[in-house]
Design a binder for this molecule. Structure first.
Ligand code: ATP
Length: 252
């Protein structure tokens, strides 16, 4: 693999504005294939905007994004990039079952008839088993708990078979067991060469989850190992205070 091939995501000096609000201000990063990168920053620091920009759902006002050397929209159309959005962005009343949701991850591979083939059904079965949701497969998606909903959308990302997976706060409101299940699956995907970018507010879990981490504050403040990113001087730059000192019981 050449150096360029191994660069899964390249964000180069990207600025995104929503009217007067500057959500990203000259953000740059490069992610190598097969790594899990944790994305950390305070509320409003631009994490969701960065995901949407990498997906090609938001167009940068300045700068460029390439995904395996291609424009994000092209990568999205070819299903080589998958996105697990924040729970608030999903319509939970929609009358679809868990397995229907996971099957939508296969739409990029289905023909225009959208008829699932044996390999699609096998991918859905495998993804459901990986996140321990097999017994809930027939249930309407809104009749799951918060943690089960997260797992359903992680399964959808897995079933897609994308080489890049973006996850926006998959651990929000989930219990430790679910967090461990999702973490193990993301690590397994990375071992298979998938590039994973995952935002999280759970700083304690970052070293177990990620090979590297990014501190975002409209731009990339630090991109290094989780241990370096978690140094108090770096967290103070991103959060104004050391959030680990604010946790119950004090510092980690
Ligand atoms: N559609 C929008 N229209 C206007 N402003 C927006 C929009 N989406 C985000 N913003 C603003 O852009 C900034 C970055 O928001 P973004 O959602 O990317 O942050 P975030 O880091 O994901 O936050 P959180 O941790 O709360 O999810 C914020 O100031 C937010 O209010």
């Amino acid at each position: 693999m050449t150096a360029i091939d191994s660069e899964a995501i390249v964000v180069d000096d990207v600025t995104v504005r929503y009217g007067d609000i500057v959500a990203l201000d000259g953000a740059s990063l490069t992610l190598r294939a097969g790594t899990v990168c944790g994305l950390v920053g305070m509320n409003g620091s631009g994490k969701s905007t960065l995901f949407k920009t990498i997906m090609g759902l938001v167009r940068p006002d300045a700068g460029t994004v390439t995904v395996h050397g291609r424009a994000p929209r092209d990568a999205r159309r070819s299903a080589s990039i998958g996105y697990v959005p924040q729970s608030e962005d999903i319509d939970w009343q929609f009358p679809v079952s868990v397995e229907d949701v996971v099957m939508t991850g296969r739409y990029g591979q289905l023909g225009f008839t959208r008829r699932s083939r044996r390999e699609d059904r096998a991918a859905v079965d495998d993804a459901l088993a990986r996140v321990e949701l097999t017994e809930y497969r027939q249930r309407q998606i809104g009749r799951l708990s918060g943690g089960q909903r997260k797992r359903a959308f992680v399964a959808r990302g897995i079933a897609q078979g994308a080489s890049i997976l973006l996850l926006d706060e998959p651990f929000a409101g989930v219990d430790k067991r679910t967090e461990a299940t999702i973490t193990a699956q993301l690590r397994a995907l990375a071992a298979d060469g998938v590039t994973v970018l995952v935002s999280t507010h759970d700083l304690h879990a970052l070293p177990a989850l990620a090979d590297e981490a990014i501190l975002l504050m409209r731009k990339v403040l630090v991109h290094d190992t989780p241990e370096t990113v978690l140094k108090p001087e770096n967290l103070v730059r991103a959060f104004g205070v050391d959030p680990l000192d604010l946790a119950p019981g004090g510092a980690a």
